[in-house]
Design a protein around this ligand. Structure first.
Ligand code: FES
Length: 403
């Protein structure tokens, strides 16, 4: 089941979003927007729309930037004061969004609401999914603190594994259920994208920033209440019959969109199906960590090594780390650096002979077993060997993959 939700479902959502999104854009371009209800009801819309759009935009940026630049995010979050400020800011933005979405839903609830009259069933589904997404996000921030840190070692590797077409959900399958629900519903939002008014994300009127001023003039005295007699009937422009050339071009664009959607579906779908059928394996590589004699018995040291399948543009993010401990002259043990609770990097306390997780106070004994705190299981270990005097570790694309 988890394979479906964390590996198959994200690809299904993305394939449909791209394929149907392109199709809708080329075949029904005038629907690539969201119907405005400002003329029907403005006061509630203002409070709901402003808080929702500003809040969700900033929250999206806060999710995307650490995903794109995880090392930079680690540096930024490495400072406790910055971490606390960012966490509190994120929480405040989350509440801001919750307020916005509640207003947007509430304005549609009364039976005589004009906004309700133009709300389609898909609008309701979208509003409810978005409400769940922000409420679960706020829940995660409240009950699993320091999410900005453990996000880097749980969701980020999983998302990159999807991008690299080496899907690996091992960093997220152990997360609490409500965090998993938050991740999955994020992909539900992506899935809903081409079927709902969410497409307006790509119809942002950016040109408003540089286009010439536009003068809007009321057609009636704005001080007078609108009545059936004073309201002006809007002029309706009937579309003219499209010329044959327009039809040809439209058909061509529809076919091109179907072709582009099929190609993207194949690019994403074939490798993922191969992975699900077991035809595609994540590469594992032995990496040297240094001369065996350079490690002292009884001490744990942090070692860094290159990922087993680095991409040319990965830069420093291709390096990962582990704790290496020399047990005896011949025996070494390597622990994944990530806590088994929510994946924060653990630290070695040499005086106490313990590993300590700074996020929620998880403590591990020197053999990696849990001493106290929320971690559900022992630290993950890597296979280690000594070859020609060099300690080597078996790596895979993610820090705790398939071990
Ligand atoms: S991530 Fe929660 S205790 Fe380590």
């Amino acid at each position: 089941m988890q394979t479906f939700f964390f590996i198959a479902f994200p690809y299904i959502a993305l394939i449909l979003a791209i394929g149907v999104g392109l199709y809708r854009y080329f075949s029904h371009r005038f629907t690539y927007s969201s119907l405005s209800s400002q003329l029907l009801e403005n006061r509630h819309l203002f409070w709901g729309s402003v808080s929702w759009h500003y809040g969700i935009t900033l929250i999206l940026v806060a999710h995307i930037l650490p995903w794109l630049f995880p090392r930079a995010a680690e540096v930024v979050l490495g400072d406790n004061a910055r971490l606390v400020v960012l966490e509190l800011t994120g929480l405040a933005l989350g509440f801001y969004c919750v307020f916005g979405i509640i207003v947007l839903i509430a304005r549609r609830l009364p039976n005589d609401s004009r906004a309700r009259a133009v709300t389609s069933p898909m609008d309701w589904i979208l509003l409810l999914v978005l409400a769940f997404q922000v409420l679960s996000g706020v829940g995660v921030a409240l009950f699993e603190r320091w999410g900005s840190v453990w996000y880097l070692s749980t969701a980020v590797p999983w998302l990159w594994s999807l991008v690299w077409l080496h899907p690996d959900a091992s960093t997220v399958t152990g997360l609490p259920v409500f965090i998993q629900a938050h991740l999955i519903s994020g992909f539900v939002v992506i899935l809903l994208f081409p079927f709902t008014r969410l497409v307006h994300v790509f119809a942002i009127p950016i040109e408003y920033l540089w286009r010439p001023y536009q003068v809007v003039i009321w057609n009636r005295d704005p001080r007078q209440p609108v009545s059936s007699t004073s309201a002006k009937v809007p002029t309706v422009f009937m579309p003219t019959r499209p010329a044959p050339n327009d039809l040809d071009r439209r058909r061509l664009l529809v076919r091109l969109s179907i072709l582009a959607g099929s190609v993207s579906a194949a690019i994403v779908g074939i490798p993922s199906i191969a992975f699900l059928l077991g035809l595609r394996k994540a590469p594992e590589v032995w990496r040297g960590l240094g001369a065996a004699d350079s490690f002292q018995i009884g001490q744990a040291v942090e070692v860094s090594f290159l990922d087993s399948s680095p991409l040319p543009w990965s830069g420093v993010t291709a390096r990962t780390a582990a704790w290496l401990r020399r047990e005896s002259p011949e025996q070494f043990i390597a622990f994944a650096i990530n806590c088994t609770h929510l994946g924060c990097p653990v630290r070695w306390l040499p005086n106490a002979d313990l590993f300590m997780c700074p996020c929620h106070g998880g403590v591990f004994y020197k053999d990696g077993t849990v001493a106290s705190g929320p971690p559900p299981k022992a630290l993950v270990t890597y296979p280690v060997r000594v070859r020609e005097g060099v300690v080597e570790i078996l790596t895979s694309p993610l820090p705790i993959t398939s071990i």
